[in-house]
Design a protein around this ligand. Sequence first.
Ligand code: ASC
Length: 137
Amino acid sequence: AQLKPEDAIRARQSIMRVVALNFGPLSAMAQDKIPYNKDLFVASATRLEAVWSMDASRFFVKGTDKPVAGSNIAGFTDVKPEIWNNPLKFKDAFDDNTAAIAKLAAAARSGDEAAMKSAVGGVGKACKGCHDDFKVK
Ligand code: ASC
């Protein structure tokens, strides 16, 4: 059965919310805004990799850039139609973060604090790169 537009929007917003919840402490530790805590770092990186593997890109389907009449979701969505005008560019941008997150998870498993913190920067850059091109500010 085909996914309803409001279900696709809800799915991607839910995944991205959990992505952000796990990236938050990593970003804060990498920038020394909260104390470095190895257990929190490793848990957050492991969870980030797991939730990213749910592949939110599947839910950015055509026709979901407008409020959905009659649905009970918040009624807004932040995608630019550039996602559908240039799907290969979107896939590349999305995959850049898959690679950055794999690197972060590998660094977390290594336990090398400097490598761990540095890999967070790579993920932040990939997040921002995709948002700049495909997300409404
Ligand atoms: C976050 C979040 C984003 C990214 C981005 C990284 O925590 O909600 O959209 O990090 O700011 O550059």
